[in-house]
Design a protein around this ligand. Structure first.
Ligand code: SRM
Ligand code: SF4
Length: 555
């Protein structure tokens, strides 16, 4: 590491002098200005809030000499995507009262609200706090929303595994009371936590975000190889149940810095339940101490592992623990992501229905009134909800007698069901991009349906129309919809073009390869055409597109 000689970023100073994430936020929220200061923006992120502006009206406002249309995005922490019906109804209510009328389900099983004005931040924070939810720690240089396969919580039998997501979320969250003082009003806060900050955070927290994900032993729907720290449950003969711990995954890249790259996590060790917290803490403190605080683009844990070398990183963890680590278990042979769509029966005799949500956007529009349907279902059937890492929603623990009612409500609100979906549409993901994301180079969510249509059309022309294909689209290379591990990844490159990647897959254990650069939106399906033709002619029976591309390579 050569970071000692370089200057730390300004964000490090802001964190250090923020008095555990208070800064001047209390006053900044009270003044008459529509936005907040630069320092305020940085601290707000720890509170789950991003300062944004509506980019659709930027130009028009600039021409009129008006200031930007300042808005905020609030991300709510939802460990493992699990929500009670009361929590869902609260989210539904604040979507209308404080935000743009939509509830955005994220690729990390959380919830985002867009278009919130500054005066709406506190009412929103109070409303969700009353239902034991918070935006604190959803963003910022801390352990982010812990993701897990919904099967673990909704259909598990081992109590410790059922609780693992909530346990990790509780154990590794930041604990300063700043959020409750500033946004919720101190003593009355329902979801308030203890007074002192965790020693593994200290006053400058982590170099950047840290992501934890727990896969199901036979289902990698959380993309465990993309996590800073991933867990795969398993059992070691003679030792008992536990987890294979993986470290050093991350998919973001920057065009401005060639020394940034997507990386898959490496299996580090098998650990028991009893050892888990200690090993995770050792990984986090290694990252805290050795992560690059001089360049935020290279501040992720994956660069610590890559720069140090995996074997050296392993030794570092062993030396911090004062003992050797066990070898990891083999990665399960059956590990493809399940999309969890459709009805199924759970082990307790209740039922679960997975419903597709295009790009995670729950709202009412002319085609379908999904938001109203979910509200009615929450009110009349009171199910548990799970958000998946595929931006979809599971209506869970529905009694047999209520199944017909759920079906009827969805039909009445024109919500399309799994059998009506196209083969690409079913699993396609897109990040929000324009108009809210300040980093977006191109459209993503808003043009996903069009892109899905052109690709399904290209497949349909070749007798491939019923073959599934995993498409993921983002407005920039930060990779929020995980295109770097998709069968087809479409990534914003310039204002009007995309880079096209192919060759990832449903196991999530392979990086896609760059196939074509700077492709115009209308040409994406066209450039994929020859690859589809080869897949049809040369692919083995039932060979997925990503596996085929990885086998034959791209030219
Ligand atoms: Fe992300 C930044 C949206 C999952 C990598 N991400 C952003 C911001 C906050 C833009 C910003 O910094 O100004 C985006 C908000 C846009 C908006 O208007 O809402 C944003 N990221 C999202 C979400 C909502 C995408 C979605 O379609 O659901 C996901 C929210 C997750 C959550 O609930 O916590 C989201 N972001 C991801 C993932 C996927 C994952 O974690 O499984 C990744 C790739 C994995 C990884 O971390 O490497 C990802 N987001 C990034 C990065 C690149 C970080 C890096 O390593 O350099 C940024 C940029 C940054 O942090 O500066 C970013
Ligand atoms: Fe914004 Fe880029 Fe993430 Fe899309 S991938 S939400 S454009 S940061």
């Amino acid at each position: 590491m050569t970071t000692e000689s370089k200057q730390q970023t300004a964000v490090e100073d802001i964190k250090r002098s923020s008095n555990f994430l208070r800064g001047d936020l209390r006053h900044e929220l009270d003044n008459d200005v529509a936005n907040v200061s630069n320092d305020g923006e940085q601290i707000l992120k720890f509170h789950g809030i991003y300062a944004q502006d509506n980019r659709d009206v930027r130009r028009e406002r600039a021409l009129k000499g008006e200031e930007l249309d300042y808005i905020f995005m609030i991300r709510v922490v939802v460990p493992g995507g699990k929500l009670s019906p009361e929590q869902w109804l609260t989210l539904d209510r604040v979507a209308s009262e404080q935000a743009d009328g939509s509830i955005r389900l994220t690729t990390r099983q959380a919830v985002q609200f867009h278009g919130v004005v500054k005066d709406g931040l506190r009412p929103l924070a109070r409303a969700i706090d009353a239902q034991l939810m918070t935006s604190f720690g959803a963003c910022g240089d801390v352990v982010r929303n812990v993701v897990s396969c919904p099967e673990l919580q909704s259909n598990g039998t081992d109590e410790r595994l059922v609780d693992i997501t909530q346990h990790l979320a509780r154990t590794f969250r930041a604990t300063t009371e700043a959020h409750w003082e500033i946004f919720v009003n101190g003593d009355k806060a329902a979801s308030r936590v203890d007074a002192e900050e965790r020693p593994f955070y200290g006053d400058t927290y982590l170099p950047r975000k840290f992501k934890i994900g727990v896969a199901h032993p036979e289902d990698n729907c959380v993309d465990v190889f993309a996590q800073d720290l991933g867990l795969i449950p398993g059992s070691l003969e003679g030792v008992g149940p536990g987890f294979t711990v993986l470290v050093g995954g991350g998919l973001g890249r920057s065009y401005a810095n060639e020394d940034t790259f997507a990386r898959l996590a490496n299996p580090l060790a098998f650990v028991t339940y009893e050892e888990l917290d200690e090993v995770i803490a050792a990984v986090i403190t290694t990252y805290r101490d050795l992560g690059d605080r001089t360049d935020r683009k290279r501040a992720r844990m994956k660069y610590v592992v890559a720069d140090m070398g995996f074997e050296q990183f392993r030794k570092e963890i062993e030396s911090r623990l004062g003992r050797d680590l066990r070898a990891p278990l083999a990665i399960p042979s059956r590990f493809d992501a399940n999309d969890h769509l459709g009805w199924r029966e759970l082990s307790d005799g209740t039922h679960q229905l997975g419903v597709r949500v295009s790009a995670g956007r729950v709202r009412d529009d002319d085609a379908s009134q999904l938001r109203s349907a979910l509200r009615r279902i929450a009110e009349s059937v009171a199910p548990t909800f799970f958000i998946t890492a595929q931006q979809d929603i599971l209506i869970s623990h529905v009694a047999g007698v209520d199944r017909a009612r759920v079906d009827e409500i969805l039909t009445r609100h024109s919500v399309r069901r799994e059998d009506d979906l196209g083969a690409v549409e079913r699993t396609a993901l897109a990040c929000p991009a324009l108009p809210t994301c300040g980093q977006a180079l191109t459209e993503a969510e808003r043009r996903l349906p069009e892109l899905v249509g052109t690709i399904e059309n290209a497949l349909g022309q070749r007798q491939l129309g019923r073959r599934s294909l995993q498409l993921r689209m983002t407005g920039c290379p930060n990779g929020c919809a995980r295109p770097a591990v998709a069968e087809v990844g479409v990534v914003g490159r310039t204002r009007s073009t995309y880079d096209v990647y192919v060759g990832g897959g449903a196991r999530g254990d392979r990086l896609a390869t760059l196939y074509r650069e700077k492709v115009k939106f209308d040409d994406i399906a066209v450039v994929l055409g020859p690859l589809f033709e080869r897949w049809e002619n040369e692919g083995d029976i039932d060979e997925p597109f990503g596996d085929f591309m990885s086998r034959v390579g791209v030219e």
